[in-house]
Design a binder for this molecule. Structure first.
Ligand code: CU
Ligand code: ZN
Length: 194
């Protein structure tokens, strides 16, 4: 190998290293972009009702008009708690001013977990609090909407967390098909859509 050939090989090796560095920087840029947290489309801050509830949810618009609700509610008793969008965006009177379940399609109360069952649009089932009273919320619902043109739009409505468990319409009495017998209102929050 003469000197010229040697330096040509070295030059091409250096070029390859440079290309690898450029590729790495590009990939790192793409990766960091996908790690940037997405701003929520709406937020809910919980206030006390009959219990000293606090917490925050971030809401994201998803495909097909669905909504992802993500966050944490604290100050609950351990166990399952009925979780609904209610029809009125008023939190006063320990959440009683929020009215009944959000029901734009005149349905009976039911379960969001069974797509064959009738439900109020606002029926989001139960959330589960641990022994410390904290409930991590991660719900993807395809009925409620953050599209203002939808009848199921939940902007400026209230989300209520109840003191008891929602029987999901299977309680065998009249109230089961209205409220799910979820009991008093532990806390509530307004859906603030930006
Ligand atoms: Cu409710
Ligand atoms: Zn309901």
């Amino acid at each position: 190998m003469n000197v010229y050939q040697f330096s040509a090989v070295e030059a091409s090796k250096r070029l390859l290293v440079k290309m690898k560095i450029v590729l790495f920087v590009c990939l790192a840029a793409v990766a960091s972009c996908s790690l940037v947290p997405q701003a929520p489309d709406a937020v809910v801050n919980f206030v006390p009702g009959n219990d000293n509830v606090s917490g925050q949810l971030h809401l994201f618009k998803t495909h097909y008009n669905g909504v992802l609700l993500r966050g944490r509610v604290s100050g609950l008793s351990p166990g399952l708690h009925g979780f609904h969008v209610h029809a009125v965006g008023d939190l006063s009177g320990k959440c009683t001013a929020a009215g009944g379940h959000f029901n734009p399609y005149q349905s009976t109360h039911g379960s969001p977990y069974d797509p064959t069952q009738e439900r109020h649009a606002g029926d989001l089932g139960n959330i589960q609090a641990d022994q410390y009273g904290n409930a991590d919320v991660y719900i993807h619902d395809l009925v409620i909407s953050l599209n203002p043109a939808s009848p199921a739009y939940i902007g400026n409505l209230a989300i209520v967390v109840h003191q008891g468990q929602d029987d999901l319409g299977r309680g065998g009495n009249a109230d089961s098909l209205k409220t799910g017998n979820a009991g008093g209102r532990a806390g509530c929050g307004l859906v603030v859509h930006h």
